[in-house]
Ligand binder design. Structure first.
Ligand code: URA
Length: 185
């Protein structure tokens, strides 16, 4: 599977009912050779109308956090567990997430990032541990199949609850330190 055929397959996907109401498939964007990848839950209204991930308010916060660790959005890769907007921004249903995550798995296999940051409970649940709670597992590295995984809060959660800002920034600092360490190896 190459990048272009994966993208084409995803753009033409009708494997779940989210396809019926979408305006755009949000495949992901950034550097397809990135060392650092971010995974969110799924597109919201702004992402559905533009076809780009994390461009709304939560996205602006993510962009700031990426810049705060010395990178640009173009340096990293940003994707979601589901590529089409769940109506009303509801959490993706398990069958939607499990069907769609195949695209994410293939993106990861092609990008081969060193670090994957799971933004929020949905990404953590489908990538790391279906039973865990984000507030308990965030901030701790998990090494799996050669990837370093960092669960942290979703930036939208920071907009609702200011107390999550400090732990979120601490997790980003850990990501910057790990990138520096991996670069020096
Ligand atoms: N929230 C997400 O999880 N992903 C986006 O792309 C935008 C908002």
């Amino acid at each position: 599977m190459d990048w272009d055929s994966l993208k084409k397959q995803c753009y033409n996907c009708h494997k779940c009912s989210l396809a019926q109401k979408r305006n755009n498939v949000v495949f992901g964007e950034g550097n397809p050779k990135a060392k650092l990848m971010f995974v969110g839950e799924g597109p919201g209204a702004d992402e559905d109308s533009t076809g780009r991930p994390f461009v709304g308010r939560a996205g602006q916060l993510l962009t700031k956090a990426i810049e705060a660790i010395g990178l640009k959005r173009e340096d990293v890769y940003i994707a979601n567990v589901v590529k089409c907007r769940p109506p009303g921004n509801r959490v993706p249903a398990p069958d939607e997430a499990e069907t769609c995550i195949q695209y994410l798995r293939n993106q990861v296999l092609l990008i081969k990032p060193k670090i994957i940051v799971c933004l929020g409970a949905t990404a953590m649940k489908y990538i790391i541990d279906s039973q865990a709670q984000i507030s308990k597992v965030r901030g701790e590295w998990i090494e799996r199949k050669g990837y370093w995984l960092m669960p942290t809060f979703h930036p939208a959660a920071l907009l609702r609850d200011e107390s999550k800002k400090i732990p979120f920034w601490e997790d980003f600092k850990k990501v910057r330190e790990k990138l520096e360490l991996l670069d020096s190896e």
